[in-house]
Write a protein that binds this ligand. Structure first.
Ligand code: PLP
Length: 457
């Protein structure tokens, strides 16, 4: 198996395998269903075939979704985690990982500018972390009333969110019974950051409708364009109205480890909680997400059983993490985050973020220089959204041209890029995650896109 993995790394680096070999869903189902019913492959061939038919994030042409190119140490940590299989629901089933979670969350708390009361948990993905944070916010606001009595006589609650927020925020609000009405969508400026000049008016309009705003979700950075909201004015606004500020840093919260880019989180000390995915910019395999609270006390409110939260003495039972996570059995996901921090150090994790952010800047500069590409906005992180706009193609055909080019690129298998719609127009979206992707690869991609103009004629 080690030989198979070794060959895989080698093939990716030398681009001797496609980044992705597109297979239609029916054909893929046929293959794996028939193999299940009539096994023909040896274990070695089974693993090889799985690898061959999957998407290769270690390939330098992988510049698609914002999923980490997992560090080899993450892979090894996962093997240890699977071997031990400590489920973490109760302390005796996870003595090591429970302690590691506390240590890392407290470290993040310090980097956020919070005091010794900060702490948190690891949970299965940014979506679940954001839901967990909003539940904690609501319980603190309502003093447990919602959790116990449901919505029957409840006030009309609402959460303020950027219109660029990840769809999981809308899901969380709806799971919590707030409905669409309970989502106050804030407009964004031309950099896709929450427009701070409109927060107050949106808030007042909600109050006039009879709503009570209990939480604000800020993006650090947003999913489509990687834009960072201005946390200083947002923090002041939340303080003024006594609103819980949650930072959705699933993607860009990783800058907490970068001395150079931590400034993007300026104002974070005023926030109440932050989500950071280690499986995005921090080189861990999925899933690995930290949710850190300014006051660990708040995290005990989230899933309080009975009115127990009232009596909780967090210092007594910090090690029973299962009481504070949605999961009962949970993977030892923290092992990989801990191993990377331990073996590589905070600086190295930060340096990787800096490298990707710089690459995005360089790529964006290059695209502008060519004169035939338009970028959605200057990159604030490792995400670059751009479209090909050659002079001699009619405006109304530009969307179609770009869509055709992407389809062609993905089928060719040298690059994997994704698309997004920005202000009604089709854009390519690249998230630069891979330490092996260089500016030379990206320039080649740009040239290749230009060479595909014929697809429209
Ligand atoms: C990726 C992302 C999420 C969702 O996180 P998962 O780990 O995929 O569940 C939420 N918010 C933002 C801003 C993201 O980029």
């Amino acid at each position: 198996m080690i030989a198979v993995i070794d060959r895989y790394f080698d093939a990716c680096q030398h681009e001797s395998i496609p980044v992705l070999k597109v297979i239609n869903p029916e054909e893929s189902f046929q293959t794996w269903n028939s193999e299940l019913n009539n096994p023909t492959l040896s274990l070695r061939d089974l693993f090889s075939k799985i690898i061959e038919n999957s998407t290769h994030l270690h390939h330098p042409g992988y510049v698609g979704h914002q999923v980490a190119t997992a560090h080899p140490l993450s892979l090894l940590s996962d093997m240890v985690a699977s071997l031990l299989n400590n489920g973490m629901a109760v302390y005796e089933m996870g003595q090591v990982s429970v302690a590691m979670e506390k240590a890392i969350c407290e470290r993040i708390g310090r980097l956020m500018g919070w005091d010794h009361q900060a702490g948190g948990i690891f949970t299965s993905g940014g979506s679940l972390a954001n839901l967990t944070a909003l539940l904690a916010a609501r319980e603190r606001y309502s003093k447990g009333k919602y959790w116990e009595e449901g919505y029957y006589q409840a006030p009309d609650l609402a959460v303020m969110v950027s219109s660029e927020s990840h769809y999981c925020i809308s899901r969380a609000a709806k799971i919590m019974g707030l409905g669409q009405r309970g989502m106050i969508l804030l407009p964004v400026n031309n950099k896709f950051q929450t427009d701070i000049d409109q927060m107050e008016a949106c808030y007042q309009a909600a109050v006039e409708r009879g709503q009570e705003v209990f939480a604000f979700v800020a993006n650090s950075g947003s999913t489509a364009t990687g834009s960072y909201d201005a946390l200083v004015p947002i923090g002041e606004f939340c303080k003024k109205h006594n609103i819980w500020l949650h930072i959705d840093g699933a993607h860009g919260g990783a800058v907490v480890f970068s001395e150079h880019h931590r400034v993007l989180l300026q104002g974070s000390s005023q926030a109440d909680s932050i989500t950071i995915d280690f499986h995005k910019l921090l080189q861990c395999s999925i899933l690995c997400t930290s949710l850190v609270f300014k006051s660990i006390q708040d995290s005990y409110h989230t899933f309080a059983q009975g009115a127990q939260y009232l009596f909780y003495e967090p210092t007594d039972e910090w090690f029973q993490v299962g009481k504070r996570t949605f999961e009962c059995t949970k993977t030892m996901m923290v092992l990989k985050a801990y191993t990377l921090l331990h073996q590589l150090g905070e600086k190295a994790l930060g340096a990787n973020v800096e490298q990707q952010y710089q690459l995005a800047q360089d790529f964006s500069d290059y695209l502008i220089q060519t004169g035939v590409f338009k970028i959605a906005c200057p990159p604030q992180s490792n995400i670059v959204c751009f479209r090909y706009v050659p002079d001699d193609v009619p405006v109304e055909q530009i969307d179609q041209l770009n869509a055709k080019i992407r389809e062609h690129l993905v089928l060719e298998g040298n690059y994997y890029i994704v698309q997004t719609t920005i202000q009604g127009s089709y854009y390519f979206r690249t998230a630069l995650m891979n330490p092996h992707t260089t500016l030379a690869h990206l320039k080649k991609l740009a040239h290749h896109i230009i060479s595909l103009k014929y697809l429209i004629s």
